[in-house]
Design a protein around this ligand. Structure first.
Ligand code: ADP
Length: 455
């Protein structure tokens, strides 16, 4: 159900309950008032008749009946019956015998002094009357035509007022909730218009203060993040295809030159060796791109294993030295570790190997002595690893960008590289809830510090 309908129904529900309570209260109070008032008048009539008949010696039943007939109109269809103490009827204006007074009723009146009851449309009052130690019972009955008519009229008025009020409340509630929700509908339709083609569009933030403005601001912040991610993705794809196209063009060029004329076996061998080198280069790039894609897709990560960080670093060191023998990597323990178990870490071995390999390789690659020092230590609940070199360092203005994919500092553009390694390292470390920092001075060297939380 739409919020607008819900709000309207709730509004109508609340007002209808209050109105119904008020209407019923008015009706019940009026009905009680009418009844009380009518019985009071019946009582007055009964006592007046009894006084005339019993107290006044000059008035007998026949005369009283005559008086009563002529005074008709005091109460509609009024009947008065009077009994003496033995229960004998001494006066009765009910010629048609409509009112039935049983012996049980007389006994009840004697006991209770005053009894109210209904017979057909007649309201009846029975009461005891005493004069000169003689006890009488008077029964007076009449139909409250006017009172009941007023009550009926009141009920019709109340029902009509109730229905009209509810209809008015429904329409005003519908308009009011529509107006209250209009800014939300506006935000919804504005958000609806935003697609991949106009991610730079923003939602109107209105007065900038109310809840709707907060909602619009939140949408805009989300759009900013989506746009940034989208742009990063776009430039990543552009950079990646550029990185792959370049070596492919070189390969193609070499093959075209080789095929221009017939050559000696020696020349073909040289060309093929060069091609193999380029293909190896391509393989490295595509492997790194694949790793980067895998690190970004959490579902592709292997389950976490227990790893000893020092063993893993030594393993990576061996692999690096094996593939590039002129590199030197020294692994040392920064401080004497109290507990060897503090180097135990739960993580993805394959990914951590890639990260450490990149950091060691960079340190060796960008330093004239091709050497790297790896220090392992513990700091609180973190394993801390420093990768230091005395190499070319990183210019201050490039420092903030070196973790961006494909970014390379301008002082290393003459060396081979693709700018993928560090962004991969950054993602892998963050995937393990760790952090990476760099401290570097151009021409002096760099220190990359990786912190991995244990447990
Ligand atoms: P690549 O080494 O393939 O260029 P990386 O992503 O590994 O790509 O590194 C990004 C950039 O960071 C490098 O191009 C280089 O400018 C800088 N860099 C990384 N490590 C070092 C280092 N140890 N010394 C100096 N510069 C470094």
């Amino acid at each position: 159900m739409q919020i607008r309908n819900k709000l309207t129904y709730q509004f109508v529900g609340i007002v209808a309950s209050v109105l119904l309570l008020a209407t019923l209260t008015i009706f019940v109070l009026f009905a009680e008032f009418r009844e009380r008032d009518f019985y009071l008048r019946l009582n007055e009539k009964a006592v007046a008749t009894a006084k005339l008949l019993v107290d006044e010696n000059d008035v007998d039943a026949a005369l009283l009946k005559l008086i009563d007939k002529n005074l008709r109109g005091v109460l509609p269809q009024e009947k008065v019956i009077i009994f003496d103490s033995s229960g004998k009827e001494i006066y009765n204006t009910d010629d048609e015998k409509i009112i039935i007074v049983s012996n049980e009723l007389l006994t009840e009146i004697r006991l209770q002094n005053e009894v109210h009851l209904k017979q057909n449309e007649f309201e009846m009052l029975g009461l005891n009357y005493t004069y000169n130690n003689n006890k009488y019972i008077i029964v007076a009955a009449a139909v409250d035509i006017y009172g009941l008519r007023k009550l009926k009229f009141l009920s019709i008025v109340l029902v009509i007022v109730f229905v009209i009020s509810i209809a008015a409340v429904y329409f005003s509630g519908w308009i009011y909730s529509g107006r209250a929700l209009q800014p939300i509908s506006k935000v919804v339709s504005e958000v609806d218009r935003i697609s991949v083609n106009n991610l730079n569009a923003r939602v109107d933030e209105g007065n900038g203060q109310d809840e709707i403005a907060q909602l619009a601001k939140t949408f805009n912040k989300m759009l900013e993040r989506i746009e940034a991610a989208f742009n990063a993705q776009r430039s990543f794809v552009g950079n990646a295809s550029h990185e792959l196209r370049n070596p492919l063009s070189v390969l193609r060029g070499q093959l075209e030159v080789a095929l221009l004329k017939d050559r000696k076996t020696e020349d073909y061998k040289k060309t093929m060796e060069s091609l193999l080198e380029d293909i190896n280069h391509l393989t490295i790039i595509s492997n790194r791109l694949l790793s980067l894609a895998q690190v970004s897709g959490v579902g592709l990560i292997d389950p976490k294993n227990e790893i000893r960080i020092d063993d893993l670093l030594l393993e990576v060191r061996s692999e690096l030295i094996e593939s590039i023998p002129e590199y030197t990597v020294n692994v040392s323990f920064e401080s004497v570790l109290e507990n060897e178990d503090s180097l135990l870490f739960y993580g993805n071995e394959r990914l951590l190997k890639i990260a450490f390999f990149n950091l060691m390789e960079n340190a060796c690659k960008y330093s004239p002595d091709h050497s790297c020092l790896v220090d392992i230590g513990a700091e609180g609940k973190n394993i801390v690893i420093h990768f230091s070199d005395k190499g070319v360092g990183i210019p201050a203005e490039d420092l903030k960008n070196i973790f961006e994919p494909f970014y390379r500092a301008k002082n290393v553009l003459d060396r081979k590289g693709h700018g993928i390694g560090l962004s991969l390292v950054d993602k892998i470390v963050k995937l393990h809830s760790g952090s990476i920092e760099v401290d570097s001075t151009e021409k002096r060297g760099s220190v990359f510090t990786v912190k991995l939380p244990v447990g």
